[in-house]
Design a protein around this ligand. Structure first.
Ligand code: 13P
Length: 305
């Protein structure tokens, strides 16, 4: 089923030379369309990811079909990724429905069990070309206390053991970011990102992108091993903004309710949010350009050590 997308993921977003990607969480055809429109407008390829909640509720075949046909129409590449999955059976589902990459999140388990679970999923994905993202350390929800994130920071020794003993393709190491809305700015451990780069070229996924400043994004993106930055809450906030604006403009009033206007407002906020992030992906001397489907990425190495 792999290849229902466009090109091979392994040749695209994890090539050591390829540009980094933003990965936006979507939950419906409409939200996927809005992000893809943003991707086409910004002239950047993109990753669409489904949380487990969205994955369980979506018509997977329909979403896969839509993303494939719409990205061809818009002349962009888009990849479908399963975000934070703890259940290998659901990963099997994602693989069989043509998702391009999957995340096994066993970070709540002791290191050895995290390694074993990650390897189980890597074996499931073997030969399919589907990439496996795994988590080390723990990326928490941004709560009232911004310093919560500090407790989950991945330890460099654990990362070394993890990378040495698994065949994961992408690593979501907890480096100080959290999911959700921050109260204040998080302390990102850029030094840890560098320490990781010093011993492996495994691509890193940075979770908890909502609420980071443009300067923080640019600093993250200046690290060559940062290949994927996840944005979820901002997508939902853009959706909310569309509804709020519709309320203010009267298109939700009982007499003047106009569903198409409401949907358009939501679409436009989502699209704009995606464009604003994607425009941060400037072409950099060390990266291949991932702007709208340049082909010819180098194949990623078999193993990153
Ligand atoms: P945010 O909701 O903070 O953007 O985090 C997204 C994420 O990391 C999804 O895995």
């Amino acid at each position: 089923m792999r290849g229902m997308g466009c090109g091979s993921v392994s040749e695209a977003y994890v090539s050591p030379k390829s540009s980094p990607y933003f990965a936006f969480n979507i939950w419906s055809i409409e939200s996927a369309k809005a992000v893809l429109d943003g991707s086409a407008k910004a002239g950047r390829d993109v990753i669409l990811q489904t949380s487990m909640k969205a994955f369980l509720r979506l018509d997977k075949e329909e979403l896969r079909r839509f993303v494939t046909s719409y990205m061809h129409k818009k002349q962009i590449r888009a990849y479908l990724h399963l975000d934070h999955c703890k259940d290998p059976d659901q990963i099997k589902e994602a693989i069989s429905h043509g998702w391009d990459s999957v995340m096994i999140d066993a970070s709540h388990k002791p290191l050895e069990e995290n390694i074993a679970m990650t390897n189980l999923v890597c074996r499931m994905a073997e030969g399919t070309g589907i990439l496996v993202e795994a988590e080390i350390g723990q990326i928490f929800k941004a709560g009232d206390d911004i310093h919560n994130a500090e407790t989950g920071i991945a330890r460099i020794e654990d990362i070394k053991t993890f990378v040495k003993n698994t065949r994961a393709h992408i690593l979501a190491a907890a480096v100080g970011t959290s999911h959700g809305l921050y109260k204040g700015l998080p302390k990102i451990h850029y030094d840890l990102i560098e320490e990781i780069a010093a011993f492996t070229n495994i691509p890193l996924a940075i979770h908890g992108g909502t609420g980071l400043t443009d300067e923080m994004f640019l600093k993250l993106l200046s690290h060559e091993n940062v290949k994927k930055i996840n944005i979820s809450t901002d997508v939902k906030m853009a959706f909310r903004q569309g509804i709020m604006e519709s309320l203010q403009k009267g298109s939700m009033s009982e007499g003047g309710f106009d569903p198409m206007k409401v949907e358009e407002a939501i679409h436009d906020f989502l699209e704009e949010m995606a464009v604003n992030k994607l425009r941060l992906l400037r072409k950099d001397g060390n990266h291949e350009d991932n702007s709208c489907s340049e082909y010819g990425y180098e194949k990623y190495p078999e193993h990153y050590l």
